[in-house]
Design a protein around this ligand. Structure first.
Ligand code: C5P
Length: 303
């Protein structure tokens, strides 16, 4: 997460994530599912800009800039900008837990596709926690921010990790930062339709991974990318394919191209392939775009 301080505003760039490994271990008494997942953040960013408010109100405006528009008065399709938005909920939680009464005008420039398994909303919420902690001079520690993040949503603590990769356990909130020796090159495709995370989890039928997240992490950390790609796993892909045929269409399209490996991210519907180089990612993204199955991005994770 990159924070830029300017004269009268603060900007935070909030990355998307991919789940290279996601194993559902079982359903918990609280209705959530116990997970072990390895996530990496990748270079598709939303940007949040914080500016002073004339009063004590928190206001959010959002611009969809995937297609080049840059003014935050242009609405981002289906994204609600009221109090239910995770950014507003993060701001309110910070104010409640610290007693802060200051307001803020937040502009969100949206590039990460919605309902896509790329955790754009969770990353935005983490960016709001980090940005407002700085903007309002709240002085909360990393572990205090982590606790607030876990209260807001399962994927949010990952984005506070000091490394671009991490193994996350529990509901997703127990984060073990991971160093990778190499940057990873991906092609990511988001079909025209999305999926609800809750619905995908509800349709999950137990099918444990044939190996643990530790075996997968080991092959990544020793730089054996081709081997790591054979160990990709996502327990949520089977229910997502049942719920949404777009996921199966993407799977077939990726299988026709020479990716090291490919699978769905998170609860879908985005699908990604791992490439051996940036050049290959560019070439394969062009070929995939020609299939017209959705938006296609070439994106890289940092080492
Ligand atoms: O935590 P978050 O609000 O992002 O989760 C959205 C929904 O996904 C939850 O309401 C729950 O239905 C499902 N979920 C789950 N187990 C997890 C994470 C999410 O069942 N570990």
């Amino acid at each position: 997460m990159l924070v830029q301080s300017l004269v009268d505003s603060l900007s935070v760039h909030a990355p998307a994530k991919l789940n290279l490994f996601l194993n559902v271990l079982g359903r918990r008494p609280d209705g959530y599912h116990e997970l072990e997942t390895l996530m990496v953040s990748v270079g598709i960013y939303d940007t949040l800009r914080f500016r002073p408010a004339a009063d004590g109100a928190v206001t959010l405006r959002c611009a969809d800039i995937r297609h080049g528009t840059s003014h935050p008065a242009v609405p981002a399709g289906d994204l609600p900008v009221g109090p239910d938005n995770l950014i507003c909920r993060a701001a309110e939680l910070l104010r409640q837990s610290t007693g802060c009464t200051r307001g803020v005008c937040i502009d969100l420039f949206k590039r990460i596709p919605l309902a896509a398994g790329l955790a754009g909303g969770s990353s935005d919420a983490a960016a709001a926690l980090v940005g407002l902690n700085r903007f309002w001079n709240l002085g909360l520690s990393h572990s205090e921010l982590h606790d607030l993040a876990a209260r807001l949503g399962s994927d949010i603590p990952f984005f506070l990790s000091p490394t671009p990769a991490a193994i996350c356990r529990g509901r997703g909130e127990r984060v073990e930062p991971l160093r990778l020796p190499l940057g990873l090159h991906f092609v990511i495709a988001r079909p025209p339709t999305g999926l609800s995370t809750a619905q995908v989890f509800q349709n999950y039928r137990p099918s444990p991974a044939p190996h643990s997240v530790a075996a997968f992490a080991d092959s990544l950390q020793t730089g054996h990318l081709a081997r790591a790609a054979t160990l990709f796993h996502n327990s949520l892909q089977e229910p997502a394919e049942r719920l949404n045929p777009d996921v199966s269409r993407l799977k077939a399209a990726f299988a026709r191209l020479p990716f090291l490996g490919h699978q769905m991210s998170g609860s879908g519907t985005s699908y990604f392939g791992l490439c051996s180089s940036q050049r290959q990612a560019r070439q394969l993204s062009t070929r995939l775009r020609a299939a017209r199955l959705g938006d296609v991005f070439a994106a890289r994770s940092r080492p």
